[in-house]
Design a protein around this ligand. Structure first.
Ligand SMILES: Cc1cc2nc3c(=O)[nH]c(=O)nc-3n(C[C@H](O)[C@H](O)[C@H](O)COP(=O)(O)O)c2cc1C
Length: 421
């Protein structure tokens, strides 16, 4: 399968992602090294170049004692894949569809804010790689690059969705949704688990909140409604960036919860603006909430606990997925995130009933280490991992990821002291 002249390559409808393994194995012979594998001195130099020290803490911190993060990872160990032998997987496909988009794999870029604290190229670099790999990209309301610039980087044919932190200002919400739609963001994802940041010790202890230092307000600073709100408060959004950023983040997030009563308004507003494109709720963890989404006519849910960053001591997102998929998986498009670190995690989530999986920290780390190249390396490696796993375990496509390929032990949460990844 490492043979680049393998005749099946031409027959497959997805690239032979697995060849990325070969490419990296060849590097020693070529006198180079795979990305991220560099001598420690260079790493030190790179650390000095970092835009802000805060990026590491912000990306790695979890709610409270990190118990939800830990259990997110442990849940994957309860399930084991059952490989099948002597299956002709030569023409296997990683391809799938999401909301009418034909994409390379059931893997997308989860919405992550303030990318410029990880690398100066920020969201544009990530959106560019997403387009190249034909994977969906989600832009966060807390992004550090405008809707318009991200759309340009993602290109006319990129599959992109807009993640909303809903302002307590309907006119501003409408303005954001209109801009998102006009710039090709084809589904709306409302995140409901973050009315306020969870209590994250490290960020609090180091006073690490980039928004209050002027990062992460670009969607607001480029918005006509938000700019008029700033001017009304005596803040010039072109000059007083720190004040404007503080106002932005305080007005879209902090302290005020929305409730179910608001959802029909948001859904109707988005459908009117977009001509009926999908509306998704992200952050669902209970069967009751999942059923609530079905009753309201929501198109999709992302079973997510925000990578364990919001509620400490909560259920593992994968365990929530199992129950939710059983209860409503045939009535709503179920997606999953939180804790995916490799292809076998992707396959397990799909086997448990998710139709699509989103990746967060993996690409953030790639971005931090080496910008656009780092994101590309991480995501191509994940695709190669998936391609190879399917080849060696006898799976030909997403249709093969079902409960038959899993052996699950409901009690066995292997208590590995997980390297906090
Ligand atoms: C540093 C960081 C920032 C995040 N920012 C956002 C955000 O702006 N909007 C959002 O809906 N989710 C946000 N999330 C949650 C992700 O979208 C996603 O749910 C989570 O990262 C998936 O888990 P994983 O990182 O283990 O893959 C963030 C997560 C991290 C780690």
């Amino acid at each position: 399968m490492s043979d680049p002249t393998n005749p099946h390559i031409k027959e497959r409808n997805t690239p032979q992602w697995g060849l990325y393994q070969r490419e990296n194995f060849m590097k020693q012979r070529e006198g180079t090294t795979p990305l991220f594998n560099t001598d420690p001195r260079k790493l030190e130099e790179r650390a000095k170049e970092k835009l802000t020290e805060g990026g590491w803490y912000y990306a790695s911190s979890n709610a409270g004692m990190s118990n939800t993060h830990l259990v997110n990872r442990q849940a994957f160990y309860r399930h084991r894949l059952i490989p099948n032998q002597l299956i002709d997987t030569n023409n296997r496909s990683t391809r799938t569809t999401i909301f009418d988009h034909n994409v390379s794999a059931p893997i997308g870029f989860a919405p992550i804010g303030i990318n410029k604290i990880y690398h100066p190229t920020g969201e544009a670099a990530v959106a560019k790689v997403a387009k190249e790999l034909n994977l969906p990209y989600c832009l966060s309301t807390a992004g550090s690059t405008s809707i318009e610039k991200v759309a340009a980087a993602n290109g006319p044919t990129g599959t992109r969705f807009y993640q909303l932190y809903m302002p307590h200002d309907d006119e501003l919400t409408v303005s954001l949704l209109t801009r998102a739609w006009e710039n090709g963001f084809d589904a709306l994802i409302l995140t409901t688990d973050t009315w306020q940041l969870g209590w994250r010790h490290d960020d609090v202890a180091t006073s690490n909140y980039a928004f209050y230092r002027g990062f992460g307000a670009d969607l607001g600073l480029t918005d006509p409604v938000f700019r008029s709100r700033c001017l009304a408060d005596g803040i010039d959004p072109d000059v007083d960036i720190v004040e404007a950023s503080t106002k932005w983040i305080d007005s879209v997030w902090h302290g005020q919860a929305w409730s179910w009563e608001k959802i029909p308004w948001l859904m109707k507003t988005w459908k009117e603006i977009s001509g009926g494109r999908p509306f998704v709720i992200k952050g669902i963890q209970s069967v009751a909430d999942a059923r609530g989404c079905v009753e309201l006519g929501v198109d999709g849910i992302i079973v997510s606990n925000h990578a364990g960053r919001q509620v400490d001591g909560a259920v593992a997102s994968l365990d929530a997925l199992e129950k939710i998929a059983q209860a409503v998986g045939d009535r709503i498009y179920v997606m999953f995130d939180s804790g995916v670190r490799g292809a076998s995690d992707v396959v397990k989530a799909l086997a448990l009933g998710a139709r699509f999986v989103f990746i967060g920290r993996l690409w953030v780390w790639g971005l931090s280490i080496q910008g656009e190249d780092g994101v590309r390396h991480v995501m191509k490696s994940l695709l190669a991992d998936l391609d190879i796993l399917m080849g060696v375990a006898g799976y030909n496509g997403v249709q093969d990821f079902n409960l038959d390929i899993l052996e699950s032990d409901p009690k066995n949460y292997t208590l590995i002291p997980e390297k906090t990844l």
